[in-house]
Ligand binder design. Structure first.
Ligand code: ZN
Length: 301
């Protein structure tokens, strides 16, 4: 399987189907799969395609190269925050809007809206995570039903440093015990795959060399189950989280997130509190994955 091989083919998201399993691969390995709008919309298209294809039972979300995802694109040459795209929700275009409206409208569509949409996709999804899974990268792993991590995987949401209470899709307290989520956010440190497993955030931790094999073995086993049974089971479990208040909690956190963006702009003139990718990388005590200067933590994005 070609997944995880660096493939700078110009396509920001690669798509393939084999043995009833669709593989959606983020494909900007030279920027550690930093997520620009082009990639976000390509991911949405790929998820739709997999959902609509009766030959697909299970979906694997992967990142080409050394890292799963360094987060939202806050500094690569292809950062496209000011570009218009064909939207997937009824939100109007953010481009050309002033003040808080610009990011609020954009993030309703590309972050909160799309992440919820992907989480509700009625087929099982598996995130196959190696290396960095930072900020906006967390959102992509978290919307998946299962997470299989390589032993070199690490997770972090350092955007509190920007004065922002975590990434837009605020699932932290559902993915982790709230006390651990506070530690995760207050300290902004990396959580190892081993600890993420202990905390119940990931399903398996396997040697890097076994990541693909383990993920596809799980996918193959799930693919033996009836389609509707899987869809209903997924709905039932997602519904439990809704009954626990996930949607309402996230709506509140999204509002606080945007108060922080607006506050930053009022105080410093910069919605990210003056932090670009390089400053975020330098602010972390541990060395960032090589080359991250161009792309690191969440656009706070
Ligand atoms: Zn934001």
């Amino acid at each position: 399987m070609q997944t995880n091989q660096a493939q700078d083919s110009g396509q920001v998201v690669a798509y393939s189907v084999e043995n009833r399993v669709a593989t959606i691969t983020m494909n900007r390995p030279s920027y550690h799969n930093a997520q620009n709008s082009k990639m976000t919309y390509a991911l949405d298209e790929a998820f739709q395609r997999a959902s609509h294809d009766d030959a697909v039972k299970v979906i694997v979300l992967a990142g080409a190269g050394k890292h799963f995802s360094a987060g939202h694109d806050i500094g690569t040459p292809e950062r496209d925050i000011n570009e218009s795209f064909e939207r997937t929700s009824l939100w109007y275009d953010h481009v050309g809007k002033d003040g808080g409206e610009f990011l609020y409208v954009r993030e309703q569509e590309v972050y909160l809206g799309m992440c919820r949409r992907w989480r509700e996709l009625p087929k099982p999804t598996i995130a196959m995570v190696q290396g960095a899974c930072i900020a906006g990268g967390l959102m992509l792993a978290w919307v998946c039903d299962l997470i299989v991590a390589a032993d070199d995987a690490f997770f972090a949401d350092p955007v509190v440093r920007m004065g922002i209470p975590g990434v837009e899709y605020f699932a932290h307290a559902y993915e982790l015990n709230p006390r651990i989520a506070k530690e995760f956010l207050f300290l902004g440190e990396r959580m190892s795959a081993a600890r993420a497993y202990e905390m119940g955030m990931v399903n398996r931790v396997v040697p890097r060399d076994s990541l693909v094999e383990t993920s596809y073995a799980m996918a193959a086993k799930i693919a033996e189950m009836p389609r509707l049974g899987l869809a209903l089971t997924k709905q039932a479990l997602n519904h439990v989280e809704e009954l626990q208040g996930k949607r309402a909690a996230m709506d509140a956190a999204f509002a606080w997130h945007h108060f922080a963006h607006a506050h930053n702009e009022l105080v410093s003139g910069d919605r990210l509190g003056g932090y670009d990718a390089r400053a975020m990388a330098n602010s972390q005590r541990e060395p960032e994955p090589a080359g991250v200067p161009q792309a690191s933590a969440g656009e706070a994005a």
